[in-house]
Design a binder for this molecule. Structure first.
Ligand code: FAD
Length: 374
């Protein structure tokens, strides 16, 4: 029997570690990712201001796994019922799989956006954003399109980076909905908007971007906004292996006969009928449920008799939310919204806690030091 985990982000690493502990010893386990390292993606915006942090945010997969075999390959296709994975020149079959390939930036086919705007998902994007920002003139204009977790945080970083200059460029965050962080609770969104303004970011809500050329970004209202740097953080879509949209799965996280899924790769309707927001926290918690259900399916298939098992269901019960906005931080813990040093302490604890739980103790310590240096 062979179990495969596709993707080594938050969901994939979480699932593989759980499976290492819980699968019977005679079951083979393979972790497939195109990279050799796990990226701590929810801090990738920090690399724009602190390039040295990149090393702390990339952890070799060999340090994170124990019994799983790592196969470094780019997945081009997947049949979740048959248990067939396609690579460019080969394929791979599994008995039970967990899909955790994350998502790609969605450009929604808006003319000129993919060509002229830089997304933010990987370290190479953060490096490109820093280089582009260095070329923005002192009184220039930077537009960040999309005020979700990544847009909010990168706008804050760029405004902070600009403060080192005599005349900082204007950083403007455009959001088509009527508030920032629209997928999150309203009180949190209000506090984030206040923090953005106090960190020097101009927020424009109700601003629907319809396209861009090499000089200006165009709004639905017909307004053309001349830019010196353009970033796109307007949404996510399914990875290449899923061909287009993120598939919708129910709370048992079952994607097909042989496959469960977790994290950004899928859109999950939880046990209360609510759609879970795409986030690192969601991915980690879904990974537990997906791994539990994969173990149950393995047991059932090995046993070869009886009824199909009852699967665990994912219920999205958020522990809270925390974002950095340049040198500021906003946290929602329970019903309270925190800013300032209390919120910063929450962010530092959550991030260092994640790294520490992976065993990346030096990275955790370096991250904490970096927080205190600011
Ligand atoms: C700038 C930024 C800030 C963020 N801030 C926060 C935050 O503050 N809080 C929060 O909770 N979330 C935050 N997020 C969101 C969070 O990072 C994602 O929700 C999370 O990474 C999803 O985890 P995942 O495991 O589903 O996917 P990922 O972490 O994206 O992992 C996917 C893995 O699959 C691999 N892969 C992808 N495609 C292929 C392929 N075709 N073949 C082989 N391998 C492949 C990738 O190499 C990667 O290792 C932020 C995201 C960004 C970009």
């Amino acid at each position: 029997m062979h179990v495969a985990v596709l993707g080594a982000g938050y969901a994939g690493v979480g699932a593989v570690r759980e499976l290492e502990d819980r699968l019977p010893e005679d079951v083979d386990l393979t972790l497939i990712d195109e990279r050799e390292t796990h990226l701590v993606q929810h801090l990738v915006h920090r690399v724009v201001r602190e390039p040295d942090l990149a090393d702390e945010l990339t952890i070799p997969l060999s340090e994170l796994t124990d019994r799983a075999t790592h196969r470094q390959a780019h997945v081009t296709g997947l049949d979740p019922d048959a248990g067939e994975i396609e690579f460019a020149n080969s394929s791979f079959s599994y008995d039970v799989g967990v899909l955790c390939l994350g998502a790609r930036t969605a450009f929604f086919g808006l003319p000129g956006i993919e060509e002229h705007a830089t997304p933010l998902k990987r370290l190479e994007h953060a490096e490109r954003i820093r280089e582009e920002f260095e070329r923005v003139p002192d009184d220039g204009r930077v537009f960040v399109c999309g005020a979700g977790l990544s847009g909010i945080q990168i706008a804050g970083e760029l405004a902070a980076l600009g403060r080192d200059r005599e005349t900082p460029p204007a950083v403007v965050l455009l959001e088509q909905k009527d508030r920032v962080a629209p997928a999150f609770p309203e009180a949190f969104g209000r506090a984030v908007a206040d923090e953005l303004e106090s960190q020097g970011v101009t927020v424009r809500t109700g601003a629907t971007v319809t396209g861009a050329d090499g000089d200006a970004v165009e709004l639905e209202s017909g307004e053309d906004l001349a830019y010196d740097q353009l970033l796109w953080t307007g949404g996510i879509t399914g990875g290449e292996a899923m061909v287009g949209e993120r598939p919708s799965v129910q709370s048992n996280l079952r994607l097909g006969e042989r496959t469960f899924a977790a994290g950004d790769a899928v859109s999950v309707v939880d046990a209360d009928g609510e759609r879970a927001p795409a986030s690192a926290q969601t991915a980690v918690r879904q990974a537990d449920v997906a791994a539990t259900n994969a173990v149950r399916l393995v047991d059932y298939r090995q046993d070869g008799s009886g009824f199909e098992p009852r699967y665990e269901r994912y219920r999205h019960d958020s522990l809270g939310w925390v974002v950095s906005v340049g040198d500021g931080t906003v946290a929602r813990v329970g019903g309270s919204v925190l800013r300032g040093s209390a919120a910063r302490a929450v962010k530092t604890t959550v991030a260092a806690g994640y790294l520490g739980q992976l065993g990346a103790v030096e990275s955790a310590a370096a991250y904490v030091r970096e927080q205190f240096d600011h």
